[in-house]
Design a protein around this ligand. Structure first.
Ligand SMILES: Nc1ncnc2c1ncn2[C@@H]1O[C@H](COP(=O)(O)OP(=O)(O)O)[C@@H](O)[C@H]1O
Ligand SMILES: [Mg+2]
Length: 315
């Protein structure tokens, strides 16, 4: 059964677009990825079967590989270990299995660390209108979706509602500090270098991705301590990244995406037909669109990890 929302006997810290975040104690959190789906910043009424499990298991799969490059927040994503640590979750184990991650709790830096290997989305929008990104010049003559000469670190503010705003690296440094900003950029580049390389070997382009980092609080008087920075949230998932099939890549147009394309196409058609104004509430989704989207998430998991998601083991 898809899980649209959870209600656990724990303090709910936040219900995001996709994740329910619960407090375990001062040092740890339980992050539960539900099957909620959003498109064009609107959360749909329907949930996408298995989507939350794909997001959590893919994040866990990446974090294991990234351990030599970056410290991260994952303590465990195995339901047996989670219940062993928090026994009163036993009764909820079947809903939580696969989609939950016990995490180290951090103070999240208030910037989204976006890195772009290809120009798309909000970056393409600004560039095509003004030739810039966050007000700074980019090379001339780039086509839509074209590969950038080198990956571009392109931070954004975290907007609670509406769209995030792209900011320059120097603006980021004023918000979180110079040393902090440089360290987050270095780590972001390292994660993208690894992730885009692995994905390329599976025929997948990671056009861009968004990372979040946190700081493990300690003695703040001693200034910034880079050994306290950890990678948090979700990592290199279809929700936080643009995944494009490499064999269909063609600059000069928008690219089909691996995951939400059936959903986006449906919503676009509804909009063009004047049946939806692009805001909440969204139109109801036909069953086929839900099923196709679910297939896409499972497919991306299988393509990247080279083995199908073991749903039996999650039950
Ligand atoms: N280790 C962590 N410590 C503290 N907060 C975290 C950690 N990992 C993720 N978060 C926060 O939990 C929330 C995840 O919920 P999500 O549904 O992704 O929210 P959003 O709608 O903002 O994307 C985000 O606000 C993220 O910053
Ligand atoms: Mg999020």
């Amino acid at each position: 059964m898809p899980v649209a929302q959870t209600d656990l006997p724990l303090r709910l810290l936040r219900r995001g677009k996709v994740r329910d975040v619960y407090e375990i104690d001062d040092e740890s959190l339980l992050l539960v990825a539900t099957d909620r789906v959003s498109a064009f910043d609107v959360v749909m009424r329907e949930s996408i079967p298995h989507k939350g499990i794909v997001l959590t298991q893919l994040t866990a799969w990446w974090l294991d590989q990234l351990e030599t490059r970056v410290q991260h927040h994952m303590l465990t994503a195995e339901i047996g270990d989670i219940v062993a640590r928090v026994p009163h979750l036993e009764a909820y184990a079947s809903d939580l299995a696969g989609r939950s991650m016990l995490c180290r709790r951090a103070r999240v830096f208030p910037v989204e660390c976006v890195i772009r290997g290809y120009i798309s989305g909000s970056a393409w929008k600004e560039y095509s209108e003004r030739g810039t990104l966050a007000g700074e010049d980019l090379p001339r003559g780039l086509l839509q979706s074209e590969k950038l000469p080198a990956p571009l670190f392109s931070p954004a503010t975290k907007a609670d509602e509406g769209h995030d705003e792209n900011i320059s690296v120097s603006r980021m440094a004023t918000i979180i500090g110079r040393a902090e900003s440089a360290e987050l950029e270095r780590l972001t580049r390292s994660v993208y270098e690894h992730g885009s390389g692995v994905a390329a070997s599976r025929g997948i382009i990671i056009a861009d991705t968004k990372l979040e980092f946190g700081y493990l609080d300690g003695d703040v008087k001693n200034g910034f301590d880079s050994s306290r920075v950890i990678l948090v949230d979700e990592v290199l998932t279809p929700d936080s990244s643009r995944f494009w099939p490499a064999d269909r890549f063609e600059p000069g147009r928008s690219q089909p995406s691996f995951d939400k394309q059936p959903l986006r196409d449906y919503l676009d058609a509804e909009r063009r037909a004047g049946r939806w104004n692009g805001e909440s509430p969204p139109p109801p989704l036909p069953r086929e669109v839900v099923a196709e989207t679910s297939e896409r998430y499972l497919d991306i998991y299988r393509r990247l990890t080279l083995s199908p998601l073991d749903l039996g083991a999650m039950a």
